[in-house]
Design a protein around this ligand. Sequence first.
Ligand code: RNT
Ligand code: ZN
Length: 417
Amino acid sequence: MSYVKESYEIAKKRYAEIGIDTDKAIAKLKEIPISMHCWQGDDVGGFENPEAGLSGGIQATGNYPGKARTADELRADIEKAFSLIPGKHRVNLHAIYGDFETVVERDKIEPEHFEKWVQWAKKLGIGLDFNPTCFSHPLSDDGLTISHPKKEVRDFWIRHCKAARAIGAYFGKELGTPSVVNYWFPDGMKDITVDKYAPRKRLMEALDEVFSEDLPKEYVRDAVESKLFGIGAESFTVGSNEFYMGYAATRNKLLCLDAGHFHPTEVISDKLSAVFCFVDEVLLHVSRPVRWDSDHVIVLNDELRNIAEELVRNDFLGRTFIGLDFFDASINRIAAWVIGMRNMQKALLLAMLEPTEELKKLETEFDFTSRLALLEELKTMPFGAVWDYFCEINDVPVGDKWLEEVKNYEQEVLLKR
Ligand code: RNT
Ligand code: ZN
């Protein structure tokens, strides 16, 4: 018996003492797909126009070598990352990541530009999610896109969003699993804004137009994503949290909560139980805010654990689509994916290894002493042994062994680009 299995057997007994079945927890964890965002692989550059840079209130910093320059390279990198992450997951694409042979305007993108992604997803047996790209474009230079005062500009972005939605529906139909299409717009203003109502009304009307066609839920789900501020849009954001909370609730859309899009002491873990009172389904953009940046690689910190706890404790997993959203160009990009994906899974597993019913009972009995004592004792339970075993039985490296593989791939593939 390997020491991983041996440690697991002991851990299993320890958890059994507090009424937790570790075999059940790891079986459940295996069934939770996480949508891995393609854009960590190339710093949100895309393949529409290799010369164009990232703009629109978001910024990738760093110049670590080896980023994917083509869709084929990106697919190879994603496969490498997936080979180091336990379970089966999904890939989240942006509209600028098509296999374009010539320059295709954003309002002219078609399913055919994403056919190669679909063939690839079929080969891997995974689902695909999608996003219109409403930044890094001449028609986003004013800082307003779909809420722009000029009708021609608004109409362009409406056409782009409709085209993206059709591609999502195509993914859903082809792959037999609904594609979550997420709409985020950088629209906002740098300085004191006089009229905040007009752009918000324009955003509302434009979105109603984007969603005017009824598409089957089995193919596509629409999600809307709020933000507090962006670089160059420090004073006003059209698509604020209140705006999209109201929009999602009244239009029966998914609300996308990005962990990096709120005031520094505000956390999405606390919002989930409120949002789920009024909205059926939620998309998560799990991310990590640091100062001005909302997109650092996620680490296993308190907030990540709290998000997972909320999902598990309240049985929200069936109503939640978990996606990641970060982009760090200063470290190996494949490692960034692997660290983030594995951390999300660790957080979920930790939450599944909690005796929630018992804790809830203590809380209803107002026995806050026992609640605190138990929560603190849980922190030193042998979680690591369960996680290692989960990796081992899912044929991915245990512990930091995955890093060796990333370093080899860096030598053999990334540094030759
Ligand atoms: C930006 C939003 C958005 C993007 C991606 C690339 O602040 O979080 O989700 O990060 O669409
Ligand atoms: Zn996001």
